[in-house]
Design a protein around this ligand. Structure first.
Ligand SMILES: [Mn+2]
Length: 314
């Protein structure tokens, strides 16, 4: 059984694992449901891909792994403390963790010798789709192919799945199976049209952000993001439209504010900002250095943004 993340890197990593174990089932999960899904999975071998283990869930995760009879392989690149990393290496059948590389790269490198060499394409798609292409592996591999073609195919996955037609787990499983069978993303019926549509909607979103974005210190922000599906670009556009280094977009959920954070400049550790600023307003947050998010209580946005500014000065 393959338990993977439903984003571009997760789908591509899933496809590579599926190509290696064609009989496997593919199940999409998230950090919050990973432990329960491990417990509920009845399989000889479980491969976990691209799912972070949040600090709060670590004990539970280790317990779930230890209690499971199945052999478990785990490939991930989300931030993890050194002690947890050492402990996990001791209890898993195989554990690959590298914050610099994508999960697709990590799983491809592990199974490479048992796969056709074209299976490196999904590894490249996953890496580029996850902004993790700055590795020796990707640089070396991409030199063997037409970079523009690879980038085109990445966009079919990352943009094509932004539309409703391809955003369900079932539709994403179809993509994983197609990639595992050696098809290209552009071979999948409807995916090219879906990507084109997503691009058009993204440009429309930019127009909205340009009109509505406000600023607080070094942050450009949009407090009423119209669609949750485009939150990464919306956050980035909020920075771009206001000429600020950091952009934030806020999406109103039923019980909390969903915050997405992006930056236009390098070396701003967004995950640290998200974690500390959200803790300050009794929320939670984290992510990658260049792409982070948080959940905060209603009415705390201004405090949250002020704290982020404060942390950036420090
Ligand atoms: Mn990933």
């Amino acid at each position: 059984m393959i338990l993977t993340h439903a984003d571009c890197d997760g789908m591509c990593a899933g496809a590579i694992a599926l190509a290696r174990f064609p009989g496997a089932g593919v199940f999409f999960t998230k950090p919050v449901s990973l432990c329960d899904d491990i417990k509920a999975t009845d399989a000889e071998k479980i491969i976990i891909l691209d799912i972070a283990v949040n600090r709060a869930e670590q004990q539970k995760f280790m317990k779930a792994v230890q209690e499971k009879q199945s052999s478990i392989m785990y490939f991930d690149h989300h931030p993890l403390q050194r002690e947890a990393k050492a402990k996990l290496s001791g209890m898993l059948e195989f554990f690959a963790h590298d914050e610099k590389a994508s999960s697709s790269e990590l799983v491809y490198r592990r199974f490479q010798k048992d796969l056709p060499k074209e299976m490196v394409w999904p590894a490249l798609y996953g890496a580029i789709g996850d902004y993790s292409e700055d590795t020796d592996f990707v640089r070396k591999q991409i030199a063997s192919w037409d970079k523009r073609t690879i980038n085109f195919e990445v966009c079919m996955i990352s943009l094509g799945t932004k539309n409703e037609q391809f955003s369900s787990y079932d539709a994403k499983r179809t993509i994983v199976r197609a990639l595992a069978s050696g098809k290209n993303p552009s071979d999948i019926e409807g995916l090219v049209e879906s990507s084109t549509d997503a691009v058009n909607r993204e440009f429309d979103l930019y127009k909205v952000v340009k009109k509505r974005a406000r600023t607080l210190g070094k942050i450009g922000y949009l407090s009423d993001t119209p669609s949750f599906g485009f939150r990464g670009p919306a956050a980035l556009f909020a920075a771009t439209a206001t000429g600020r280094p950091v952009g934030v977009c806020v999406y109103r959920r039923e019980k909390y504010l969903d915050i997405t954070i992006r930056a236009r400049e390098p070396n701003i550790p967004l995950n640290r900002l998200a974690e500390q600023a959200s803790e300050f307003v009794k929320g939670s947050g984290g992510g990658h250095e260049s792409a982070a998010g948080a959940k905060i209580p209603f009415g705390t946005l201004e405090q949250f943004l002020k704290k982020m500014n404060e942390l950036m000065k420090a």
